[in-house]
Design a binder for this molecule. Structure first.
Ligand code: NAD
Ligand code: GLY
Length: 347
């Protein structure tokens, strides 16, 4: 097992290993004394990993309870968030108690937002069980729910007290869920570390998670509240979020980001913002992984949702521009130019 320390406003450790989930209670006790611990999970993970984590918490002196909601992005909304808060209150969790987010990015984002706001903030632990959550969402403290107008439009920055990542849990993940994590790992490779691509192709999970976590850790430590370089992590996300929303979330986050990276790269090149056109390389490797990069929506539809992007500020949006494999920079595009940018990318 390897351990990484993240130095943010609330410092915490990330533990990465194979078969470590059964020791969750022991690890959590390193940073939180026994208290009431409420595990939040979804209807799939409930049947797979909940009992083991509950038992481990009890063995280590925690009093346990659970909240289970239906799996999937459709649950990442205000009604589920509200139900979680009401259940925490019904359980009588206090400020010295704990939420444990057991699952993928949906569970992590929802539970983290509940933890950030319940009683004005209580501690939480992330136990990611998807490849995507392991390489990205469980680290960095971004929490959110979707609103009717778009993705992640209500949320908070709220760092976990620990992340426990057991990549043995990927044994039960369907292939399309592995692919979702591949998209975010390719994103990390594109912005910082080209050499990672070979390891993603070799399905070297341990290495890929450790490198993605290290990359994200360094970015989040430098810009915890997303006012500067952290926005590099949004590569492909403006288009990706629009595709997710337009498809009523039938296009997954990873698939949206994969297509979004290709479109945004092509647009950046055609608009003369970079001499490097990453779209050809990205198309080749992403299709090689099995992504369908076709876009069943019009420019007007994508532009409409892009205008709800939470990254818009002062009538402009920060776009991530690839300058070489493993090297990107940020460039602000006015909302006036955004439609042309998207048109060039979609051509
Ligand atoms: P998810 O949480 O919906 O999980 C995908 C599916 O896998 C679900 O059906 C889930 O029940 C199932 N599952 C989870 N673990 C399993 C396991 N071990 N075995 C079998 N099935 C399992 O989706 P996701 O892809 O993990 O996360 C996507 C979400 O993460 C999106 O909402 C996205 O916006 C968010 N996200 C957040 C951040 C952040 O920094 N906070 C970063 C990237 C993505
Ligand atoms: N996933 C984007 C971020 O954490 O900033």
């Amino acid at each position: 097992m390897n351990r990484f320390s993240v130095t943010t406003s609330r410092p915490y450790d990330i533990l990465i290993g194979e078969g470590i989930i059964g020791d969750s209670g022991k690890f959590i006790r390193e940073c939180i004394k026994p208290c009431r611990a409420c595990i939040v999970t979804d209807s799939n993970v409930n049947h797979l990993y909940l009992e083991g984590v509950l038992q481990s918490l009890r063995d280590n002196g925690f009093q346990t309870s659970k909240i289970v909601f239906p799996e999937g992005e459709h649950s990442k909304n205000l009604p589920t968030y509200s139900n979680i808060l009401e259940s925490l209150a019904e359980e009588g969790l206090s400020r010295s108690d704990l939420i444990v987010a057991l699952g993928g990015g949906v569970v992590g984002d929802l539970s983290g937002f509940a933890a950030a706001t319940y009683l004005r903030g209580i501690k939480y632990i992330q136990i990611p069980t998807t490849f995507l959550a392991a390489v990205d969402s469980s680290v960095g403290g971004k929490t959110a729910v979707n609103l009717n107008y778009g993705k992640n439009l209500a949320g908070a920055f709220w760092q976990p007290s620990m992340v426990i990542c057991d990549y043995k849990t990927f044994d039960t993940l369907p292939q399309e869920e592995i692919l979702n994590g591949v998209a975010e790992a390719v994103k990390s490779a594109m912005i910082m570390e080209q050499g990672l691509i070979d390891h993603i192709q070799a399905q070297d999970y341990e290495y890929v998670i450790e490198r993605c976590v290290s990359i994200k850790k360094s970015i989040v430590e430098a810009d915890e509240r997303d006012t500067g370089m952290r926005q590099l992590l949004n590569f492909g996300h403006t288009v990706g979020h629009s595709l997710e929303k337009l498809s009523s979330y039938n296009i997954s986050h990873g698939a949206g980001v994969a297509t979004g990276m290709v479109v945004e790269s092509r647009a950046a090149y055609k608009m003369g913002l970079t001499e490097y056109d990453a779209s050809g390389y990205l198309t080749e490797i992403l299709e090689g992984f099995g992504f369908d990069l076709s876009i069943p929506y019009t420019l007007e539809q994508i532009y409409k949702y892009a205008l709800n992007d939470k990254k818009i500020k002062d009538d402009s949006i920060a776009m991530v521009i690839p300058e070489a494999l493993g090297k990107c920079r940020l460039h602000r595009i006015s909302l006036e130019d955004l439609q042309e940018f998207l048109r060039l990318g979609l051509e």
